[in-house]
Design a binder for this molecule. Structure first.
Ligand code: KG4
Ligand code: ZN
Length: 381
């Protein structure tokens, strides 16, 4: 197999990433500039600010990735960039920069689907650890701030194909974590905060009903029967249930004082959060996370059984969640199903996963022409 160093660039949402990965398996560098501080005051990603921050960060981030890898613009073999899905204006920054580099350096350019990147984050580390024998079919749960998808992943030689057998009908799982955290005055992004607070509360304190999409309803009526069962998710209901609980339990005044206390604390630590969260709030947080985790794990394992898959991948920002990881490991283990996650830093957005997903395309010479553009709603096939 030819050896190739690919410079990957990622700018689909609120992280500017650049990385150099050798032959889809060895990370030489992986630099991520987070925009959390920019978006924090707004409680969510502001698209125009994201584009401006990418523009500010892209040159230094790429330079740093090359320097840390001991590479130069001239020495890399190809460039790879996220084409979509994501925020159009944010994607265009990475794409314009990658195109300019490819044109000036006369190097091939590879367009990568961000969701395929999340799946290849798992493969990258699996190859890196030398543990190459994968049993197919693989079922991949990609669970992040913008996506909750189940894909059957198949490989023929260097060609990967994906079949979507489940998606969220409304909010993505990470979006539910972020919205609930915002509602409870815990700041943005909510996933990591809820992850750290949940072990301090009683997960049985509040009873939530997660998505009520029943098994027989999972067959999309618009699809022919032959297309197989679907395993869709729905997380807007649990967010509304948390809001209703906040209203009926009259938690708004304490939420407002928490919000103000945390706004006055620079980079709050776990102790700062615990100081401003009473037992009831911690119980609510723990119960919310437990319901989310149970729903994600139950649907994924039901799909794994239905499609008789041999291996499970869980990736995307929410895959960094500790309770999700331990529950998947326990439950999949009971079914004898091997489950793989990226390390926590490769779970959230990064460019190493983009450079890794580009490698099979590099081998197939699947390069893009200079007139390609961003695809905000790009689907993975
Ligand atoms: O993959 P990612 O970095 O960006 C997207 O492609 O969306 O995922 C970000 C999402 C956010 O919603 C964030 O709250 C969530 O992942 N997240 C977590 C954790 N870390 C990040 N959710 C739960 N637990 C975590 N530890
Ligand atoms: Zn992502």
């Amino acid at each position: 197999m030819p050896d190739a160093c690919i410079l990957g660039i990622e700018s689909s949402c609120d992280e500017t990433g650049a990385a150099v990965v050798r032959s889809g398996q060895q990370i030489l560098s992986n630099v991520v500039a987070s925009q959390i501080a920019t978006h924090q005051p707004y409680g969510g990603v502001v698209p125009e600010l994201a584009s401006r921050e990418h523009l500010r960060a892209i040159v230094p981030v790429v330079r740093q990735a090359l320097a840390e890898a001991g590479q130069t613009y001239e020495s890399v073999d190809a460039l790879a960039v996220t084409q979509g899905p994501g925020l159009a204006g944010a994607l265009l920054v990475g794409i314009s920069f990658a195109k300019a580099l490819a044109f000036a350096l006369e190097k091939p350019l590879i367009a990568v689907n961000h969701l395929e990147g999340h799946i290849h984050a798992v493969l990258l580390e699996q190859r890196q650890s030398g543990d190459a024998a994968l049993q197919f079919p693989v079922l991949a749960l990609v669970v992040s701030g913008g996506h909750t998808h189940l894909y059957l992943a198949r490989r023929e030689g260097d060609c990967w194909t994906y079949e979507n057998i489940g998606r969220t009908r409304d909010d993505a799982a990470g979006e539910a974590f972020d919205k609930v955290a915002k509602l409870l005055g815990l700041g943005y992004p909510g996933g990591p905060v809820i992850d750290r607070l949940a072990p301090h509360g009683d997960p049985a304190a509040v009873k939530f009903q997660t998505s009520q999409i029943k098994h027989r309803d999972r067959r999309d009526r618009n699809l022919p029967q032959a297309e197989g069962a679907r395993f869709d998710f729905s997380y807007s209901g649990i967010k509304t249930a948390v809001l209703r609980y906040v209203e009926t339990e009259n938690l708004k005044p304490s939420i407002e004082s928490r919000r103000q206390a945390l706004a006055g604390t620079d980079k709050p630590a776990l102790e700062d959060y615990l100081k401003v969260c009473d037992r009831q709030t911690l119980g609510l947080v723990a119960s919310f996370q437990r319901s989310m985790v149970e729903d994600l794990v139950a649907k994924t394992l039901a799909a794994a059984q239905e499609y008789d898959v041999q291996t499970l991948f869980v990736s995307g920002g929410v895959a960094a969640n500790r309770e999700l990881r331990s529950t998947f490991e326990r439950e999949a283990g009971m079914q004898g199903l091997p489950v793989f996650f990226p390390s926590r830093s490769l779970s959230t957005d990064n460019a190493a996963m983009i450079a890794a997903a580009a490698f099979p395309k590099f081998l197939r010479k699947e390069f893009v022409a200079m007139d390609f553009s961003a695809e905000a709603g790009m689907v993975l096939k």
